[in-house]
Ligand binder design. Structure first.
Ligand SMILES: *Cc1c(COP(=O)(O)O)cnc(C)c1O
Length: 411
């Protein structure tokens, strides 16, 4: 790909229909934030919303807040805001728990719907927690379930009549490689299996079409591209056609048909609400709710277009400037999510040196430097500048210092 001139980059920014969205975020001066795929930036509306929730709603309403501020239905309201971004039907998504726990819940429910089949199929590009949760569930069920992990390119061929459920993360957290959700779901259904999709690196990053792809279940993260804040509640989707067939494995009172009847026996609530477990975290859900307002008027196709051009600009500039870095992401945009990764032998200290210069991405062992592109708050100028800083650090070997080689607990 050809290099761009500063004038061309400035023109891309002038013509960017999403440029104004940066104003909706509070980003520290001097920081180029390329880690929104790990922890989204802070939307400006969140602080005032939280101040109101804490001081007025909690402080003044106290227990009355559950009704006065409708805290009790916040998981469904937030779920509906997320539904629009992931092509889900209204009322089919709830915001709750963490991605790991939601995955456990939908996986257990899916296995129950395919008695007699024992294979959970996933791939080696999946995020480890997904695999760990499946391993733990299989051990807990103690009925001979097996987690089968194949290379990403072999998933389709591995779907056969033994597979109960495919459990696939659409976008690989390391390389950004994107699976074909529609094709794999179709393949799973042809073999009589159910399809669970993890949208951790998809939701808020590009348009997703769960209903169109006929996905059975999905889960995803609130703190990545949805900008809900550290440890934000995750979300969970159940296809409307399964709403009455789903048996929740965690039968908490918030998933009961009538929590305040205080019956001694569990009866599931209607639809996806039965997948709720305990009392919703009102403060963090409110942060996610306010963060999602930034997306209210965003055309997700325009968002995707910008994401693709930001990634392409970065790839072209980095490849031209930094021959030490090898592209680890698919070159073809259609096969990528909204991140770009490079392999580099000195990736860890390189990333630390970048962060010290205000260009924040992250490192994934053993040798991946990873850059996420959140189109709502990044400019083309940011991306161009990030490539310049990367080149300077490599040319001057600024990364080759002891302080950049000391591994921190979170990388
Ligand atoms: C980020 C991520 C998670 C995170 O799970 P938590 O329960 O929120 O810690 C899970 N799965 C995938 C694929 C992820 O990318």
């Amino acid at each position: 790909m050809a290099r761009s001139t500063p004038a061309q980059v400035a023109r891309l920014d002038r013509e960017d229909p999403l440029a104004h969205k940066r104003e909706a975020f509070d980003i520290p001066e001097g920081v180029i934030y390329l880690d929104g795929n790990s922890l989204g930036a802070l939307p400006r509306g969140v602080a005032s919303r939280l101040a109101d929730v804490v001081s007025r709603q909690w402080g003044q309403s106290l227990i009355r807040g559950w009704n006065e501020h409708d805290w009790i239905d916040l998981p469904a309201r937030v779920g509906d805001k997320i539904a629009r971004l992931i092509g889900a039907e209204r009322g089919s998504v709830v915001a709750a728990d963490s991605t790991s726990i939601n995955l456990f819940k939908v996986l257990a429910a899916a296995l129950k719907m395919r008695p007699g089949r024992k294979v959970i199929l996933s791939d080696s590009g999946n995020f480890p927690t997904d695999l760990y949760m499946a391993q733990g569930l299989a051990a807990l069920l103690a009925s001979g379930h097996e987690l089968k992990v194949v290379p990403p390119e072999d998933v389709a061929a591995a779907i056969d009549e033994t597979v109960a459920v495919t459990m696939i993360t659409e976008v690989d957290y390391k390389t950004g490689r994107r699976h074909d959700m529609r094709a794999l779901t179709k393949r799973a259904h042809e073999a009589g299996a159910l399809a669970i999709w993890d949208l951790a690196h998809s939701a808020g990053a590009f348009p997703v079409d769960l209903a169109g792809a006929e996905a059975d279940f999905a889960v995803g993260c609130g703190y990545k591209y949805l900008n809900g804040g550290p440890g934000a509640p995750a979300f969970l989707y159940v296809a409307p056609r399964h709403r009455d067939a789903v048996e929740p494995p965690l039968t908490g009172w918030m998933g009961h048909a009538a929590p305040f009847a205080f019956d001694l026996d569990y009866r599931p609530a209607e639809g996806v609400n039965r997948m709720r477990v305990g009392t919703p975290p009102v403060i963090s859900l409110s942060a996610l709710d306010a963060a999602l307002d930034v997306f209210a008027d965003v055309d997700m196709r325009a968002l995707r277009e910008k994401s693709v051009s930001l990634c392409e600009l970065f790839i072209a500039e980095v490849e031209a400037r930094c021959p030490d870095l090898a592209l680890a992401s698919p070159r073809e945009a259609a096969l990528r999510g909204s991140q770009v990764s490079f392999r580099c032998d000195f990736g860890y200290p390189l990333m630390q040196a970048l962060i010290a210069r205000g260009v924040i991405g992250d490192f994934r062992a053993p040798d991946i430097v990873r850059f996420g592109f959140a189109p709502l708050y990044l400019s083309y100028r940011d991306v161009f500048r990030a490539a310049e800083v990367l080149e300077e650090i490599i040319l001057t070997r600024a990364w080759d210092r002891e302080k950049f080689k000391k591994k921190a607990k979170v990388t």
